[in-house]
Design a protein around this ligand. Structure first.
Ligand code: ADP
Length: 304
């Protein structure tokens, strides 16, 4: 079953900005899905629509096959949301915030208290449970938002930049927590600026740019692309057959041009020798470039 199904989603804001263009996306039950994209790509709009905080212009969104517009309450009960901005009552204690949230979902007080205690311990907030939340550090506030999102055991968790501004030590603890949560069956969608975070946690990746999904693939596939580069080769004369080229993958474009994809750093001389043996002389060659790489450079400021 899909944890999330998005079909032909469009969003045009009142001022005419087209934030999402015909977005379709599926997230499988059990996935840890990274939603990446540069600033202004449409991530927050997409997350906002899934969370029912932003109204869509057209299209459909279902959570575990439940249409969010037709059965809002039921769909909402399966969803946990950790937004970027702190949005709890900063004058309540941690205990109160969690137990009130549980009340919103109709969870009996005894059960709510047990769940709240469990989450406060798990997220290393136990000592602070009677404190007014305003006094928490930034990292603690974020962890409290995570605890609050999990109080009703959602099957799908949306994490919007959960570790932004959190120090490395705490980030690692949060990663371990997310991994355990995902292994125990919670589907997670994460937006992040840290490619390393997505790499470490996620099994699938969607990249959104200019309101469109430009990549929707597995992390393994994405990483294999990252380590490869493609060249377009122009032949001196028309060829009929292309030879096998060892580890390089070969794709014909027309009878004068073809594309090869090799692991970065591969010695191309061997490939030219093979081609020459098969009677193919190369007139010119250009690097095809890697859109993904460029995009990630924009995203992260560094590639490795
Ligand atoms: P991201 O989260 O990827 O940075 P957003 O979803 O915030 O992207 O924005 C997508 C586009 O929609 C941008 O061009 C942004 O300026 C525009 N946008 C976002 N919110 C609004 C709004 N409330 N009114 C008008 N335009 C908006």
């Amino acid at each position: 079953m899909n944890a999330l199904t998005i079909e032909s989603l469009e969003k045009i804001y009142q001022n005419g900005t087209i934030a999402l263009k015909n977005v379709s996306l599926k997230v499988d039950d059990g996935d840890f899905f990274a939603l990446l994209g540069p600033n202004g790509a449409g991530k927050s709009t997409l997350i906002g629509i899934i969370s029912s905080l932003v109204t869509k212009t057209s299209g459909r969104v279902s959570i575990f096959d439940i249409n969010i517009n037709e059965s809002f309450g039921l769909a909402r009960s399966m969803l946990g949301i950790v937004p970027q901005e702190v949005n709890f009552n900063q004058f309540e204690t941690l205990d109160e915030i969690l137990i009130n949230q549980a009340g919103y979902y109709g969870i009996p007080r005894k059960e709510a208290t047990e769940k709240s205690n469990y989450l406060l311990k798990k997220l290393k907030l136990w000592k602070q449970r009677k404190d007014i939340s305003r006094t928490l550090s930034g990292g603690m506030k974020r962890r409290l938002m995570i605890a609050r999102a999990l109080i009703h055991d959602p099957k799908l968790l949306l994490l919007d930049e959960p570790t932004a501004g959190v120090d490395i030590e705490i980030r690692k603890t949060m990663w371990d927590f997310f991994k355990t949560l995902n292994s125990s069956g919670t589907t997670i969608i994460l937006t992040t600026h840290y490619l390393e975070e997505a790499e470490h946690l996620c099994n699938r990746v969607g990249i959104i740019d200019g309101g469109s999904i430009i990549v929707d693939t597995s992390m393994t596939e994405l990483l294999s692309k990252r380590n490869s580069e493609s060249f377009i080769l122009d032949c001196a004369e028309k060829y009929t057959d292309l030879p096998e080229l060892g580890s390089a993958s070969v794709l014909a474009i027309d009878d004068l041009r073809f594309e090869i994809t090799v692991e970065k750093g591969t010695d191309l001389n061997g490939i030219f020798k093979e081609l020459s043996k098969s009677g193919i002389d190369i007139k010119s060659m250009r690097n095809k470039g890697n859109r993904l790489e460029t995009l990630f450079l924009d995203l992260t400021g560094s590639y490795e």
